[in-house]
Write a new protein. Structure first.
Length: 118
């Protein structure tokens, strides 16, 4: 059984930083496509950052380029999202998602709330 656990969210002031973590069981991130999404109130879920392949090629939404960084610790089987220079518009619930290369099922974490407020 696959389980993704998102953590690291919280309340931060504009300009601050947070690091989100996604820990997996039953699935190995090194042979999966892993992404971070977010959903703000009243808006659709959107892709924030992700690995496009298992070699580590990354993609980012234009709104977070230069501020967010996705990374992976294969030994711990954790994917991180480092978020810097946070703005009010980054307030959302952030979700990790993962899909094995050999199977189409997409798994989701439970989400972690990020609130940027002064």
């Amino acid at each position: 059984q696959v389980q993704l656990v998102d953590s690291g969210g919280g309340l931060v002031q504009p300009g601050g930083s947070l690091r989100l973590s996604c820990a997996a069981s039953g699935l190995t991130f090194s042979d999966s496509i892993v992404s971070w999404y977010r959903q703000a109130p009243g808006k659709e879920r959107e892709l924030v950052a992700g690995f496009t392949n298992v070699r580590g090629t990354t993609t980012y939404a234009d709104s977070v380029k230069g501020r967010f960084t996705i990374s992976r610790d294969n030994a711990k089987n954790i994917v991180y999202l480092q978020m810097n220079s946070l703005s009010l518009e980054d307030t959302a619930v952030y979700f990790c998602s993962a899909r094995r290369l050999t199977w189409p099922t997409v798994y989701w974490g439970q989400g972690t709330q990020v609130t940027v407020s002064s």
